[in-house]
Design a protein around this ligand. Structure first.
Ligand code: FES
Length: 143
């Protein structure tokens, strides 16, 4: 199997069987963000305790790239410190700039590496990660 095909499968798997899709019933940090180029929206919820992302959930509508990226991100940041989650977000930005970065803890994310060749889709892939950043910055401001 070609790497491109493998990556496509990983992306479609997350799109069709999204991890962490839904909402928490109780209090959680909630971030609403939209992709200005298409109007698609994501609502991200983070449960943070003692500086650690205990859980993350998302809802919203968007293309396969944006929704699969949200599925991967919410899975990948679980159990991470806020600092480590932010580091992952900046690593993801590097991936979108075409840099050769690896996600040892969550390799599925590397399936989105091809997106950097399609500038219009970069905003789709980064939507969830931007929401994460915003959520973490909001959490840190409270302390
Ligand atoms: Fe709207 Fe991708 S086309 S998020």
């Amino acid at each position: 199997m070609q790497l491109d095909d493998l990556y496509r499968r990983v992306i479609m798997d997350h799109y069709k069987n999204p991890r962490n899709r839904g909402k928490f019933d109780d209090d959680a940090v909630t971030i609403e963000l939209n992709n200005p180029t298409c109007g698609d929206r994501i609502s991200l919820q983070l449960k943070v305790e003692d500086g650690i992302v205990k859980a993350a959930k998302f809802s919203g509508e968007g293309c396969s790239i944006s929704m699969s990226s949200a599925s991967m991100m919410t899975d990948a940041v679980k159990g991470k410190t806020l600092e480590a989650a932010l580091e992952m977000a900046s690593k993801f930005s590097s991936l979108m700039q075409g840099e050769d970065v690896e996600f040892e803890d969550y390799e599925d994310i590397e399936a989105l590496s091809g997106v950097n060749k399609f500038p219009a889709r970069i905003k789709c892939a980064t939507l969830a990660w931007n929401a994460l950043r915003k959520g973490i910055e909001g959490t840190e401001e409270k302390h």
